[in-house]
Design a protein around this ligand. Structure first.
Ligand SMILES: Cc1ncc(COP(=O)(O)O)c(C=O)c1O
Length: 380
Protein backbone atom coordinates (compact mmCIF):
# COMPACT_ATOMS: atom_id res chain seq x y z
CA UNK A 1 0.00 0.00 0.00
CA UNK A 2 1.23 3.48 -0.83
CA UNK A 3 1.94 5.87 2.03
CA UNK A 4 1.06 9.56 1.63
CA UNK A 5 1.96 11.95 4.46
CA UNK A 6 -0.23 14.99 5.04
CA UNK A 7 2.63 17.31 4.18
CA UNK A 8 5.74 16.90 2.06
CA UNK A 9 8.07 19.87 1.83
CA UNK A 10 10.84 20.46 -0.67
CA UNK A 11 14.54 21.01 0.12
CA UNK A 12 16.57 21.37 -3.07
CA UNK A 13 20.33 21.10 -3.66
CA UNK A 14 20.45 24.93 -3.79
CA UNK A 15 18.79 25.08 -0.37
CA UNK A 16 21.39 22.67 1.03
CA UNK A 17 24.22 24.64 -0.53
CA UNK A 18 22.87 27.89 0.91
CA UNK A 19 22.82 26.47 4.45
CA UNK A 20 26.27 24.93 4.00
CA UNK A 21 27.65 28.25 2.76
CA UNK A 22 26.25 29.90 5.88
CA UNK A 23 27.87 27.29 8.11
CA UNK A 24 31.16 27.63 6.25
CA UNK A 25 31.01 31.39 6.69
CA UNK A 26 30.85 30.79 10.44
CA UNK A 27 27.54 32.54 11.14
CA UNK A 28 25.30 30.28 13.19
CA UNK A 29 23.55 32.53 15.72
CA UNK A 30 21.22 35.40 14.78
CA UNK A 31 24.24 37.69 14.38
CA UNK A 32 25.77 38.33 10.94
CA UNK A 33 24.49 39.20 7.47
CA UNK A 34 22.05 36.32 6.80
CA UNK A 35 19.12 37.31 9.01
CA UNK A 36 19.37 40.94 7.88
CA UNK A 37 19.44 39.88 4.22
CA UNK A 38 16.40 37.62 4.68
CA UNK A 39 14.56 40.47 6.38
CA UNK A 40 15.37 42.91 3.57
CA UNK A 41 14.21 40.44 0.92
CA UNK A 42 10.98 39.77 2.80
CA UNK A 43 10.25 43.48 3.27
CA UNK A 44 10.74 43.99 -0.47
CA UNK A 45 8.67 40.93 -1.40
CA UNK A 46 5.73 42.00 0.78
CA UNK A 47 5.83 45.72 -0.10
CA UNK A 48 6.69 46.70 3.47
CA UNK A 49 9.32 49.08 4.82
CA UNK A 50 10.44 46.91 7.74
CA UNK A 51 10.72 43.22 8.49
CA UNK A 52 11.95 41.49 11.64
CA UNK A 53 12.58 37.74 11.50
CA UNK A 54 11.73 35.64 14.57
CA UNK A 55 11.70 32.05 15.75
CA UNK A 56 8.09 31.15 14.78
CA UNK A 57 4.78 32.49 13.51
CA UNK A 58 3.41 32.22 17.05
CA UNK A 59 6.25 34.38 18.39
CA UNK A 60 5.58 36.86 15.57
CA UNK A 61 1.94 37.19 16.68
CA UNK A 62 2.83 37.60 20.34
CA UNK A 63 5.38 40.32 19.57
CA UNK A 64 3.05 42.02 17.08
CA UNK A 65 0.28 42.42 19.66
CA UNK A 66 2.71 43.43 22.40
CA UNK A 67 4.32 46.08 20.19
CA UNK A 68 1.03 47.95 19.89
CA UNK A 69 1.16 48.62 23.66
CA UNK A 70 -2.61 48.45 24.10
CA UNK A 71 -4.11 49.05 27.57
CA UNK A 72 -4.99 45.98 29.69
CA UNK A 73 -8.44 44.55 28.91
CA UNK A 74 -8.30 45.81 25.34
CA UNK A 75 -10.83 44.12 23.05
CA UNK A 76 -9.70 42.17 20.02
CA UNK A 77 -11.79 40.68 17.23
CA UNK A 78 -10.62 37.27 16.10
CA UNK A 79 -11.88 34.35 14.00
CA UNK A 80 -13.32 31.52 16.09
CA UNK A 81 -11.92 29.07 13.56
CA UNK A 82 -8.19 29.61 13.78
CA UNK A 83 -5.01 28.46 15.45
CA UNK A 84 -4.54 28.85 19.20
CA UNK A 85 -1.47 31.09 18.62
CA UNK A 86 -3.82 33.95 17.70
CA UNK A 87 -5.77 33.67 20.96
CA UNK A 88 -2.55 33.28 22.97
CA UNK A 89 -1.10 36.46 21.48
CA UNK A 90 -4.09 38.43 22.75
CA UNK A 91 -4.30 36.77 26.15
CA UNK A 92 -0.61 37.02 27.10
CA UNK A 93 -0.95 40.72 26.32
CA UNK A 94 -3.96 40.98 28.67
CA UNK A 95 -6.64 41.47 26.02
CA UNK A 96 -10.16 40.05 25.71
CA UNK A 97 -11.39 38.14 22.67
CA UNK A 98 -14.49 38.75 20.58
CA UNK A 99 -14.78 35.63 18.45
CA UNK A 100 -16.39 35.74 15.03
CA UNK A 101 -18.16 32.82 13.39
CA UNK A 102 -17.07 31.41 10.03
CA UNK A 103 -18.16 32.00 6.48
CA UNK A 104 -18.94 28.64 4.85
CA UNK A 105 -17.80 29.80 1.41
CA UNK A 106 -14.20 30.70 2.14
CA UNK A 107 -13.85 29.24 5.68
CA UNK A 108 -12.56 32.57 7.01
CA UNK A 109 -14.27 34.65 9.65
CA UNK A 110 -17.49 36.02 8.23
CA UNK A 111 -17.11 39.48 6.72
CA UNK A 112 -20.57 40.80 7.61
CA UNK A 113 -20.38 39.53 11.19
CA UNK A 114 -16.94 41.12 11.46
CA UNK A 115 -18.21 44.52 10.35
CA UNK A 116 -21.18 44.26 12.74
CA UNK A 117 -18.86 43.36 15.64
CA UNK A 118 -16.49 46.23 14.80
CA UNK A 119 -19.41 48.67 15.04
CA UNK A 120 -20.92 47.06 18.14
CA UNK A 121 -17.82 46.47 20.27
CA UNK A 122 -15.48 49.20 18.98
CA UNK A 123 -12.45 47.01 19.70
CA UNK A 124 -8.89 48.32 19.91
CA UNK A 125 -7.60 45.53 17.68
CA UNK A 126 -8.70 43.20 14.92
CA UNK A 127 -6.52 40.19 14.20
CA UNK A 128 -7.28 38.79 10.77
CA UNK A 129 -6.05 35.26 10.29
CA UNK A 130 -6.55 34.14 6.68
CA UNK A 131 -7.34 30.45 6.57
CA UNK A 132 -6.40 27.52 4.29
CA UNK A 133 -6.01 29.25 0.92
CA UNK A 134 -8.62 31.91 0.28
CA UNK A 135 -7.98 35.30 1.88
CA UNK A 136 -10.37 37.14 4.16
CA UNK A 137 -11.54 40.26 2.27
CA UNK A 138 -9.34 42.41 4.43
CA UNK A 139 -9.42 45.40 2.09
CA UNK A 140 -13.14 45.74 2.94
CA UNK A 141 -12.51 46.59 6.59
CA UNK A 142 -9.37 48.72 6.33
CA UNK A 143 -11.10 52.05 5.92
CA UNK A 144 -13.63 51.43 8.67
CA UNK A 145 -10.85 50.38 11.07
CA UNK A 146 -8.78 53.41 10.11
CA UNK A 147 -11.73 55.76 10.72
CA UNK A 148 -12.42 54.17 14.11
CA UNK A 149 -8.75 54.05 15.16
CA UNK A 150 -8.72 50.25 15.32
CA UNK A 151 -5.37 48.54 14.78
CA UNK A 152 -5.19 45.67 12.29
CA UNK A 153 -2.80 42.74 12.55
CA UNK A 154 -2.86 40.48 9.51
CA UNK A 155 -1.81 36.90 10.23
CA UNK A 156 -0.62 35.87 6.77
CA UNK A 157 1.07 32.64 7.94
CA UNK A 158 -0.95 30.55 5.50
CA UNK A 159 -1.10 33.18 2.73
CA UNK A 160 2.56 33.67 1.82
CA UNK A 161 2.36 34.42 -1.91
CA UNK A 162 -1.43 35.11 -1.91
CA UNK A 163 -3.08 38.37 -2.93
CA UNK A 164 -6.39 39.95 -1.95
CA UNK A 165 -8.00 42.25 -4.51
CA UNK A 166 -4.62 42.38 -6.24
CA UNK A 167 -2.68 43.44 -3.12
CA UNK A 168 -0.21 41.14 -1.45
CA UNK A 169 -1.25 39.36 1.73
CA UNK A 170 1.40 40.40 4.21
CA UNK A 171 0.99 44.05 3.23
CA UNK A 172 -2.36 44.82 4.93
CA UNK A 173 -3.01 46.65 8.18
CA UNK A 174 -0.55 48.01 10.73
CA UNK A 175 1.37 44.75 11.08
CA UNK A 176 1.49 41.44 9.22
CA UNK A 177 2.95 38.19 10.49
CA UNK A 178 4.30 35.14 8.66
CA UNK A 179 5.25 31.58 9.59
CA UNK A 180 7.88 29.43 7.91
CA UNK A 181 6.94 26.07 9.43
CA UNK A 182 7.57 23.24 6.90
CA UNK A 183 3.94 23.14 5.74
CA UNK A 184 4.12 26.81 4.67
CA UNK A 185 4.85 28.02 1.14
CA UNK A 186 8.45 28.69 2.04
CA UNK A 187 10.13 27.12 5.04
CA UNK A 188 13.02 27.76 7.40
CA UNK A 189 12.22 24.65 9.48
CA UNK A 190 10.80 26.76 12.28
CA UNK A 191 10.58 30.52 11.89
CA UNK A 192 8.44 33.57 11.37
CA UNK A 193 8.55 37.25 10.49
CA UNK A 194 6.81 40.50 11.38
CA UNK A 195 6.22 43.21 8.77
CA UNK A 196 5.25 46.86 9.13
CA UNK A 197 5.69 50.29 7.58
CA UNK A 198 6.05 51.93 11.00
CA UNK A 199 9.62 52.57 12.19
CA UNK A 200 8.69 52.64 15.90
CA UNK A 201 6.79 49.37 15.69
CA UNK A 202 9.75 47.76 13.95
CA UNK A 203 12.02 48.96 16.77
CA UNK A 204 9.62 47.36 19.26
CA UNK A 205 9.71 44.08 17.31
CA UNK A 206 13.52 44.02 17.57
CA UNK A 207 13.44 44.74 21.30
CA UNK A 208 10.83 42.10 22.06
CA UNK A 209 12.54 39.43 20.00
CA UNK A 210 15.76 39.90 21.95
CA UNK A 211 15.17 39.91 25.72
CA UNK A 212 14.50 43.67 25.70
CA UNK A 213 18.22 44.43 25.67
CA UNK A 214 18.83 48.16 25.64
CA UNK A 215 20.87 49.40 22.70
CA UNK A 216 23.24 51.50 24.77
CA UNK A 217 23.30 49.63 28.09
CA UNK A 218 24.00 45.92 27.76
CA UNK A 219 22.47 43.57 30.36
CA UNK A 220 20.29 46.31 31.80
CA UNK A 221 16.57 45.72 31.26
CA UNK A 222 13.60 47.94 31.94
CA UNK A 223 11.12 45.52 30.36
CA UNK A 224 10.85 41.75 30.41
CA UNK A 225 11.38 40.01 27.08
CA UNK A 226 12.14 36.56 25.73
CA UNK A 227 14.51 35.12 23.15
CA UNK A 228 12.57 34.83 19.88
CA UNK A 229 15.56 35.16 17.56
CA UNK A 230 15.97 33.39 14.21
CA UNK A 231 19.31 31.71 13.44
CA UNK A 232 21.50 32.41 10.41
CA UNK A 233 21.06 28.81 9.21
CA UNK A 234 17.30 29.30 9.15
CA UNK A 235 17.66 32.65 7.38
CA UNK A 236 20.01 31.20 4.74
CA UNK A 237 17.44 28.48 4.00
CA UNK A 238 14.72 31.14 3.86
CA UNK A 239 16.69 33.25 1.38
CA UNK A 240 17.08 30.26 -0.90
CA UNK A 241 13.44 29.18 -0.55
CA UNK A 242 12.17 32.70 -1.24
CA UNK A 243 13.57 32.41 -4.78
CA UNK A 244 11.00 29.68 -5.42
CA UNK A 245 7.95 31.32 -3.83
CA UNK A 246 6.20 32.03 -7.14
CA UNK A 247 6.77 28.55 -8.53
CA UNK A 248 5.70 27.03 -5.19
CA UNK A 249 2.41 28.91 -5.42
CA UNK A 250 1.92 27.70 -8.98
CA UNK A 251 2.55 24.12 -7.82
CA UNK A 252 0.06 24.47 -4.98
CA UNK A 253 -2.57 25.74 -7.40
CA UNK A 254 -1.96 22.81 -9.74
CA UNK A 255 -2.28 20.38 -6.80
CA UNK A 256 -5.52 22.03 -5.63
CA UNK A 257 -7.09 22.25 -9.07
CA UNK A 258 -6.22 18.59 -9.75
CA UNK A 259 -8.03 17.48 -6.58
CA UNK A 260 -11.04 19.63 -7.50
CA UNK A 261 -11.18 18.05 -10.96
CA UNK A 262 -10.78 14.50 -9.70
CA UNK A 263 -13.10 14.76 -6.70
CA UNK A 264 -15.76 16.84 -8.44
CA UNK A 265 -18.21 13.97 -8.96
CA UNK A 266 -18.21 13.27 -5.20
CA UNK A 267 -19.58 16.72 -4.44
CA UNK A 268 -22.85 15.36 -3.02
CA UNK A 269 -20.82 13.72 -0.27
CA UNK A 270 -17.90 16.05 0.36
CA UNK A 271 -17.66 19.79 -0.03
CA UNK A 272 -14.56 20.97 -1.85
CA UNK A 273 -12.81 24.32 -1.50
CA UNK A 274 -13.68 27.01 -4.03
CA UNK A 275 -10.97 27.59 -6.62
CA UNK A 276 -11.66 31.29 -6.29
CA UNK A 277 -13.82 33.59 -4.20
CA UNK A 278 -14.77 37.20 -5.03
CA UNK A 279 -11.94 37.41 -7.53
CA UNK A 280 -9.20 35.96 -5.28
CA UNK A 281 -7.76 32.67 -6.54
CA UNK A 282 -7.21 29.90 -4.01
CA UNK A 283 -3.58 29.02 -3.25
CA UNK A 284 -4.59 25.85 -1.39
CA UNK A 285 -2.23 26.21 1.57
CA UNK A 286 -3.97 22.98 2.50
CA UNK A 287 -6.71 21.18 0.60
CA UNK A 288 -9.71 20.99 2.93
CA UNK A 289 -12.84 18.92 2.50
CA UNK A 290 -16.07 18.93 4.52
CA UNK A 291 -18.16 15.83 5.08
CA UNK A 292 -21.64 16.66 3.77
CA UNK A 293 -25.03 15.72 5.23
CA UNK A 294 -25.40 12.56 3.07
CA UNK A 295 -22.19 11.09 4.47
CA UNK A 296 -22.62 12.26 8.06
CA UNK A 297 -24.45 9.15 9.20
CA UNK A 298 -21.28 7.22 8.38
CA UNK A 299 -18.46 9.67 9.12
CA UNK A 300 -17.52 12.89 10.81
CA UNK A 301 -14.12 14.53 10.34
CA UNK A 302 -12.35 12.47 13.02
CA UNK A 303 -13.62 9.08 11.85
CA UNK A 304 -12.87 9.95 8.21
CA UNK A 305 -9.31 10.82 9.24
CA UNK A 306 -9.06 7.46 10.99
CA UNK A 307 -10.39 5.68 7.91
CA UNK A 308 -7.87 7.45 5.65
CA UNK A 309 -5.21 6.30 8.11
CA UNK A 310 -6.14 2.69 7.25
CA UNK A 311 -5.10 3.56 3.69
CA UNK A 312 -1.81 5.03 4.99
CA UNK A 313 -2.99 8.53 4.11
CA UNK A 314 -2.19 11.36 6.49
CA UNK A 315 -4.84 14.01 7.10
CA UNK A 316 -5.64 16.56 9.79
CA UNK A 317 -8.81 17.95 11.33
CA UNK A 318 -9.82 21.57 10.79
CA UNK A 319 -9.12 23.95 13.68
CA UNK A 320 -11.02 23.39 16.93
CA UNK A 321 -13.26 26.39 17.74
CA UNK A 322 -11.50 28.86 20.02
CA UNK A 323 -14.77 29.44 21.89
CA UNK A 324 -14.73 25.78 22.99
CA UNK A 325 -11.01 25.48 23.78
CA UNK A 326 -10.68 24.08 27.31
CA UNK A 327 -7.40 25.91 27.88
CA UNK A 328 -9.15 29.28 27.48
CA UNK A 329 -11.98 28.50 29.90
CA UNK A 330 -10.25 29.79 33.03
CA UNK A 331 -8.56 32.66 31.30
CA UNK A 332 -11.32 35.27 31.44
CA UNK A 333 -10.62 35.29 27.73
CA UNK A 334 -13.93 36.50 26.42
CA UNK A 335 -15.43 39.88 25.85
CA UNK A 336 -18.12 38.03 23.96
CA UNK A 337 -18.42 34.36 23.19
CA UNK A 338 -21.31 33.96 20.79
CA UNK A 339 -22.27 30.51 19.72
CA UNK A 340 -20.11 30.05 16.65
CA UNK A 341 -22.18 27.31 15.06
CA UNK A 342 -20.48 27.37 11.66
CA UNK A 343 -17.04 27.24 13.20
CA UNK A 344 -18.24 24.24 15.24
CA UNK A 345 -19.56 22.60 12.07
CA UNK A 346 -16.27 23.21 10.25
CA UNK A 347 -14.37 21.69 13.12
CA UNK A 348 -16.65 18.64 13.37
CA UNK A 349 -16.82 17.79 9.68
CA UNK A 350 -13.75 19.41 8.12
CA UNK A 351 -10.38 17.86 7.44
CA UNK A 352 -7.50 18.41 5.07
CA UNK A 353 -5.88 15.83 2.88
CA UNK A 354 -2.25 15.54 1.65
CA UNK A 355 -1.32 18.59 -0.39
CA UNK A 356 2.31 19.49 0.40
CA UNK A 357 4.45 21.05 -2.31
CA UNK A 358 6.29 17.80 -3.03
CA UNK A 359 3.23 15.55 -3.46
CA UNK A 360 3.21 13.64 -6.78
CA UNK A 361 0.29 13.08 -9.18
CA UNK A 362 0.52 9.37 -8.43
CA UNK A 363 0.10 10.08 -4.72
CA UNK A 364 -2.81 12.42 -5.41
CA UNK A 365 -4.44 9.73 -7.57
CA UNK A 366 -4.08 7.27 -4.70
CA UNK A 367 -5.69 9.73 -2.27
CA UNK A 368 -8.56 10.36 -4.70
CA UNK A 369 -9.14 6.65 -5.29
CA UNK A 370 -9.10 5.93 -1.57
CA UNK A 371 -11.62 8.68 -0.82
CA UNK A 372 -13.83 7.38 -3.61
CA UNK A 373 -13.61 3.80 -2.29
CA UNK A 374 -14.44 4.90 1.26
CA UNK A 375 -17.51 6.82 0.08
CA UNK A 376 -18.73 4.14 -2.34
CA UNK A 377 -18.45 1.56 0.43
CA UNK A 378 -21.03 3.56 2.43
CA UNK A 379 -23.59 3.95 -0.31
CA UNK A 380 -23.42 0.57 -2.02
C1 LIG B 1 -2.78 31.03 10.63
C2 LIG B 1 -1.59 30.62 11.45
N1 LIG B 1 -1.04 31.51 12.28
C3 LIG B 1 0.03 31.21 13.04
C4 LIG B 1 0.60 29.97 12.99
C5 LIG B 1 1.74 29.65 13.91
O1 LIG B 1 2.93 29.51 13.24
P1 LIG B 1 4.13 28.68 13.88
O2 LIG B 1 3.80 27.24 13.78
O3 LIG B 1 5.31 29.06 13.05
O4 LIG B 1 4.27 29.13 15.30
C6 LIG B 1 0.08 28.99 12.13
C7 LIG B 1 0.68 27.66 12.04
O5 LIG B 1 0.38 26.82 11.25
C8 LIG B 1 -1.06 29.32 11.34
O6 LIG B 1 -1.62 28.43 10.52
Amino acid sequence: MMQVPVNQFEITDEDKKAVLDCLNAGWISSEGPYVAEFENLLAEKFDRKYCVAVSSGSAALEIAVRSLKLKANFKAILADHTIISCANSILVNKGKIISIDSNMQNWNQDEELTIKAIKKYKPELILISHTYGLPFQISKIEELCFEMGIKIIEDAAEMIGQTQSGRKCGSFGDISTLSFYPNKHITTGEGGAILTNDFNLAENFKKYRNLCFLKDRRFFHNEIGWNYRMTSMQASLGISQLNRLNSNIQKKRIIGDYYIEKLFDLKEFIELPLSSHKGDKNIFWVFGIIIKEKLRKYYDGQSFIKKLGEYNIGSRPFFYPLSLQPCLEDYFAWENQDNCLKSIELSKYGLYIPSGIAITKKEQDYVVKSIRDIILECIK
